[in-house]
Ligand binder design. Structure first.
Ligand code: ADP
Length: 593
């Protein structure tokens, strides 16, 4: 970014140099050409003006009246006539003054004889144009009039009579008329003498000023020449190589900034002066300034564009960084949430495991509780054969002493039979009491029902309750945890036994039936039935209507049935008593022969 900026600044500086050089060169060349043209026109104009008067004195030099006047200077009438004649000539040629000088340099006749400041009687012997004429040449001179104080260009010619110079005739041209035509121009037009004193100029304030300060000696010389009379010549303070052409000059004034000019000059040897054009460089400087402003504008726009594009790039980069940051943050968040979730899953799995373990424990506890209820009858069931075994054993001993072998054998046989029965009860109890794994196996349903019935049989017998099992020839296998299904059946049978306890008829009826792919085991009893108000909460944990009940049997049975993809429901039978129905998907159907 810094490099691009530096590059742009370097380009700008180079462009500034190239543009300003080009504008300067082309502007300068154009100004030189324009100024040269104007100088030529100015010089030609001056030349033509001078030429207008050039021949006039020569035309007058042998005029009889003029000659006569010079020969007879005391003749007032003749002088008056000559004055009128010179006035007429002067008006005709639109000159400033026309006058006649004798050989002493004294004016004897002049067009301005009536004026207060008439030349008549004035001596011009010191004027170079007089000296040139009396020496027989055509005189030309520019100077400030000593009488009038007006600038003029003097044309002189000797008046000759019989090959002798007898006087001088002079025509003075008014230079201010030339200036009028050149005023209002942008450039400064001027005529300078050999001392660089401005004699003609379209800038009035510069008139009779020297371009550069004059030395004291030069001043004295100028004063002695009386070209400018008593006029003190001030300096304009131009600096630069004045002699060069073209050249650049600087004018230092009281203003804060110096003014620069292009100077074009041309020496006019016939007139004895130098014509000059000073063209201000302001236009070129303005052009350069405009060029600079435009260039700066272009570069400013370029810089703006650059900054905009850099800003955009920066913004895009920021956006990208922000996007990456957000993405990273999101990924971190996802990781964190995933880790949390994993922890939660592990926690949940642990909890589920704990729950499963607790449920198993609960099932086991509930099972043991039922077993507790059955224990009195079972122990009775075990004690009876035990007492019988004892008496059979005693008897067998007596029979053995009496050597009644057959009777001894019979008793021993009975003992064996009884122990087998006890072992069967014991093994049933052991099977029922063991902790189940929860794994499902395909077992014949009838076996499970038989086992359950066997377990409650002592209690049924004790309480004189009759039980019937109606299998309707249905022999199916179900996919169950046998111990748990047995537990459910023992629960139902145990509840049924309690329900019929006080009933006049104590019957329990187990019925098997099929419904589509399901086998249904109904446990009916002849008790007083279930209070309809309790039906909705019958399977809730800890719901009991019994004083010593735990309220766990049905809720655990419900849970066990759901685990085995089966169901349990309770209803009242139409006539009396309750009906609990277990439904299970049939795994295998064994057709009975
Ligand atoms: P508990 O036997 O400890 O009360 P259960 O969950 O086995 O717990 O039974 C809940 C309730 O359901 C019993 O208290 C009883 O009111 C009712 N109940 C269960 N079986 C029968 C039935 N065969 N006849 C009438 N009510 C029954």
């Amino acid at each position: 970014m810094l490099i691009t900026r530096k590059f742009l600044i370097a380009c700008y500086l180079i462009s500034v140099i190239i543009l300003s050089t080009w504008v300067w060169r082309s502007g300068y060349a154009k100004l030189v050409s324009q100024s040269n043209q104007q100088l030529d026109i100015f010089a030609a104009h001056l030349q033509s003006q001078l030429q207008r008067f050039d021949a006039i004195p020569r035309l007058l030099f042998d005029q009889k009246l003029v000659v006569a006047s010079l020969q007879d200077t005391d003749n007032a009438q003749l002088q008056a006539k000559t004055n009128r004649y010179l006035n007429h000539v002067n008006n005709t040629i639109s000159a400033s003054d026309t006058y006649l000088i004798d050989l002493n340099g004294t004016t004897i006749a002049a067009n301005n004889w009536r004026d207060e400041q008439t030349f008549i009687g004035k001596n011009f012997a010191f004027r170079p144009y007089f000296q040139q004429a009396v020496s027989g040449q055509q005189g030309r001179y520019f100077a400030l009039g000593t009488t009038s104080g007006q600038r003029g260009y003097y044309f002189s010619s000797p008046v000759i009579n019989a090959d002798k110079i007898i006087g001088v005739v002079v025509v003075k041209m008014d230079l201010s008329k030339i200036e009028k035509e050149w005023t209002g121009k942008q450039a400064h037009f001027m005529v300078t003498d050999d001392d660089n004193i401005i004699f003609i100029s379209n800038t009035q304030s510069w008139l009779l000023h020297s371009l550069t300060p004059l030395s004291t000696e030069k001043r004295h010389q100028i004063t002695r020449s009386r070209r400018y009379g008593d006029k003190a010549i001030a300096a304009l303070n131009f600096s630069g190589p004045l002699e060069d052409n073209p050249t650049l000059l600087q004018l230092t004034t009281s203003k804060p900034f110096a003014t620069n000019y292009l100077s074009i000059s041309k020496y006019m040897p016939a007139a004895g002066w130098t014509v000059r054009v000073f063209a201000p460089l302001t236009a070129i400087f303005i052009d350069i300034a405009i060029g600079m402003v435009l260039l700066s504008l272009v570069f400013w726009l370029l810089n703006l564009r650059l900054r905009l594009s850099m800003h955009k790039r920066q913004r895009d980069q920021d956006k990208e960084v922000q996007r990456i940051k957000t993405k990273h943050k999101l990924e971190q968040e996802v990781k964190r949430r995933t880790a949390d979730l994993n922890n939660e899953i592990i926690e949940r799995q642990k909890m589920e495991q704990t729950l499963r373990d607790t449920q198993k424990e609960l099932i086991q506890t509930a099972k043991l509780a039922v077993l507790g209820q059955l224990s009195a009858s079972i122990s009775h069931e075990l004690n009876n054969p035990l007492a019988a075994i004892r008496s059979y054993a005693d008897n067998a001993l007596v029979f053995l002493q009496r050597e009644q072998h057959q009777s001894t054998q019979d008793n021993l046989q009975r003992i064996i039979h009884l122990t087998e029965r006890m072992a069967k009860i014991s093994s049933q109890l052991k099977f029922f009491a063991r902790k189940s794994s929860g794994e499902l196996h395909t077992v014949p349903l009838r076996n499970v029902i038989n086992m359950a019935v066997e377990l409650v049989k002592p209690q049924l017998k004790n309480n004189q309750i009759s039980i019937t099992v109606d299998d309707a020839n249905i022999d199916v296998q179900v996919n169950v945890d046998q111990v748990q299904l047995e537990q459910v059946l023992v629960n139902l049978l145990s509840n049924a036994m309690q329900a019929v306890e006080d009933a006049s008829e104590k019957n329990i009826h187990i019925i098997l039936c099929r419904h589509q792919e399901q086998v249904i085991v109904q446990v009916d009893d002849s008790g007083s039935g279930i209070n309809p108000a309790n039906l909705p909460q019958l399977f809730d944990p800890f719901f009991t209507t019994k004083d010593t009940g735990l309220g766990l049997g049905l809720s655990i049975s419900h849970k066990i049935m759901r685990n085995m993809h089966g169901n349990i429901k309770a209803e009242n039978r139409p006539n009396s008593g309750a009906r609990f129905s277990l439904s299970l998907p049939i795994a295998v159907i064994t057709e009975l022969a």
